[in-house]
Design a protein around this ligand. Structure first.
Ligand code: NAD
Length: 403
């Protein structure tokens, strides 16, 4: 993933005639923190925080708790955060953190101690005007609330702007949970509108019906009832109906902890994840993992458009293959940026003390996303390049213009 992020930045830098020195500056990280967290019972865990670039404002990015967290992955995600905040024109930079841990193996008390000690290890380097952290894989509002409490106990700060993704009672913002999925829906609608492709009616499939995928489907059902979800997958199987799935029912099925292999409906076929990638749909939405589409399976894709809701799901060469076949890939740094836009609004809300309603948040989210999509298409047309390249070019320009 780090290689992919660097390749994309190098390509955009080349288009902008950047010198090697300028590109190197974009690839390097400002600071990397690595430390061990030791719990009172003697268990130890490796912890990371990468602060990639703060030229536009405080570092911004999530913290993941996962057994497979690796330093290079954290570097890649921090780098992508810098690109995301820049292309969305937010006054923020890019960072990312992680702890190598399987949270399901910890008791609630151990998880709280781990969360608080992560903050103790980083206290000097974080804060509302330095580095604003947020939830990511396996971290949620409960974890963040513990972290805010620990940070404020150590620093004496009280405005709650040190972290985003807090619970509503603790300074969180309405609509944060749905924000990444909602941002994806806005991105797709705006993109198709600019393509003059007609976006009222379409069919789509979602690889990875988790938090982001399910919110996408739910928001789409409300805002674009003629968009038809034909297939959705989890890590093992996919459900498929050429006539369209009952979106509300599968959202509920997943929320209740069901596995698609057990989904029981006469109108629905259980297919494999590989089959889902090859379905004839208008839009294939990748919302599971990085490197889901590579040279090995890219030729199976029959969709007219691909959208990256996960971070880094299409490799650079697979993306080039799709572009050659006339299949645009709507890139992650815009498609999944809804979460960071609403995080920014939460941070602003905490700093100003003015609480936003959910409809105000959605309106602002729409403005930020629609502008980034339009700028992506404009650059793609004027430079005759793919929308992915155009997004990275716009991100680099916005970084450069922020003197
Ligand atoms: P999640 O864990 O809730 O959902 C992931 C889904 O993918 C699950 O349904 C899981 O079963 C499925 N999955 C796992 N392996 C799979 C495989 N090999 N094939 C098909 N499906 C598989 O995670 P999430 O929060 O929905 O995040 C999904 C992606 O979006 C991640 O790449 C994440 O980094 C990215 N993302 C999330 C946010 C956010 O706000 N949550 C923001 C930006 C980017």
């Amino acid at each position: 993933m780090l290689k992919r992020a660097h390749q994309q930045i190098r390509r955009a830098g080349k288009k902008l005639n950047y010198s090697d020195k300028q590109v190197d500056w974009l690839l390097r990280t400002d600071a990397e923190h690595q430390f061990e967290i030791k719990l009172a019972n003697g268990k130890t865990f490796q912890a990371y925080r990468v602060q990639h670039n703060n030229k536009r404002g405080p570092y911004k990015g999530g913290i993941r708790f996962h057994s497979e967290v690796e330093f290079d992955e954290v570097r890649a995600l921090a780098t992508l955060m810098t690109m995301k905040t820049a292309v969305l024109d937010l006054p923020l930079g890019g960072g990312k953190g992680g702890v190598v841990v399987e949270p399901r193996d910890l008791s609630a008390a151990e998880l709280e101690e781990l969360s608080r000690k992560y903050v103790v290890g980083l206290q000097k380097h974080i804060g509302p005007d330095k580095d604003v952290m947020a939830p990511d894989v396996n971290t949620n509002a409960t974890v963040i609330d513990w972290m805010v409490d620990e940070y404020e106990r150590l620093s004496g700060d009280t405005n709650h702007a040190s972290f985003t993704g807090k619970s509503l009672d603790n300074g969180g913002i309405e609509g944060r949970e749905a924000a990444t999925g909602r941002g994806g829906v806005i991105t797709l609608a705006e993109f198709l509108k600019h393509q003059k492709a007609g976006f009222e009616k379409l069919t789509y499939a979602i690889q990875g019906f988790g938090n982001v995928g399910a919110f996408f489907a739910n928001v789409a059902l409300e805002d674009h009832p003629k968009w038809q979800l034909l297939a959705a997958s989890d890590s093992k199987n996919a459900v498929y109906s050429p006539k369209g799935l009952d979106t509300a029912d599968i959202v509920k099925f997943k929320a209740d902890g069901g596995r698609f292999s057990d989904y029981n409906s006469e109108a629905v076929k259980i297919i494999s994840n590989d089959d889902l990638i090859g379905l004839e749909v208008d839009v294939l939405i990748l919302a599971a993992l990085g490197n889901a589409v590579t040279d090995k399976n890219v030729d199976q894709i029959k969709a007219k458009y691909v959208m990256e809701l996960a971070n880094g799901p299409v490799t650079v060469t697979a993306q080039q293959n799709l572009e050659k076949r006339g299949i645009p890939v709507i890139p992650d740094i815009i498609a999944n940026a809804g979460g960071v836009v609403v995080s920014f609004l939460e941070w602003q809300q905490n700093l100003s003390g003015n609480k936003m309603t959910e409809s105000q948040t959605s309106r602002k989210l729409h403005q930020y996303m629609a502008r980034a999509v339009k700028e992506m298409i404009d650059t793609s047309e004027t430079e005759a390049i793919s929308v992915t390249e155009a997004s990275f070019m716009n991100a680099l320009r916005n970084l450069d213009n922020n003197n």
